[in-house]
Write a protein that binds this ligand. Structure first.
Ligand code: HEC
Length: 184
């Protein structure tokens, strides 16, 4: 009897948790982001042995010297487009300095990975994550890890709107400002 009650209780808890699954920063999101980081290491998009692309001078909030790489990643048996933005600093850093040592100048890695059609249909199904150079997730001012459907709406204070609220304004309704994925 006790065992049955325990099972019922656990199922109820499980459903309660699922109902409360947040838009971003929950355990599923952080686990997914960790798996994505491992793929990015294999693809040399992060880590000590970096694939290189064209550096360019960026705009806020992303930083001063930037680099975008487009790839495909496979997670949980599904392949999707992956856009990786490396953010170099500190502010005002010379592009030549970054060119000489990308690993030393790396400040953050912001990524968008396209998930299946049911993930976030109103927002083109992008999974967002912001990592520190060591692969740990950056957090918002409230301490929530930046992974998942990061800030679908405007934040409580109206300013800290997060990835989606800003990327929604990108031309072409694909939520990408500068990256052209072609047909993918
Ligand atoms: C206030 C607006 C704003 C916010 C907030 C923002 N971005 Fe961006 N993002 C941009 C702009 C503008 C670009 C293109 C210009 C550039 O490269 O800096 C861009 C480019 C990117 C790109 C390259 C793909 C592309 O062409 O758009 C990625 C990946 C990206 N952002 C990820 C993120 C993630 C992850 C977050 C949240 C942690 C985030 N961004 C928050 C404005 C924003």
């Amino acid at each position: 009897m006790i065992r049955i009650i325990t099972v019922v209780f656990l199922i109820a808890c499980g459903q309660g948790l699922r109902a409360q699954e947040p838009d971003f920063g929950g355990p599923k999101d952080t686990a997914y982001a960790d798996a994505l980081w491992q793929q990015m290491l294999t693809l040399k998009l992060v880590g000590d042995d970096l694939e290189e692309d064209q550096l360019y001078t960026g705009v806020q909030p992303h930083g001063f010297v930037l680099e975008n790489l487009v790839a495909e990643a496979t997670l949980e048996g599904r392949t999707g487009a992956l856009v990786v933005k490396r953010n170099y600093g500190p502010s005002g850093i010379d592009m030549a300095v970054v060119e000489r040592d990308r690993v030393a100048a790396l400040k953050a890695v912001t990524v968008m990975f396209r998930r299946d059609a049911s993930y976030d249909p109103g927002n083109q199904n992008w999974f967002y994550a912001k990592y520190r150079p060591d692969g740990s997730l950056d957090k918002n001012p409230k301490g929530v890890p930046l992974a998942g459907r990061v800030a679908k709406g405007v934040g409580p204070d109206g300013t800290d709107a997060g990835c989606i609220a800003c990327h929604r304004a990108a031309p072409g309704n694909d939520f990408l400002f500068v990256t052209d994925l072609g047909d993918s």
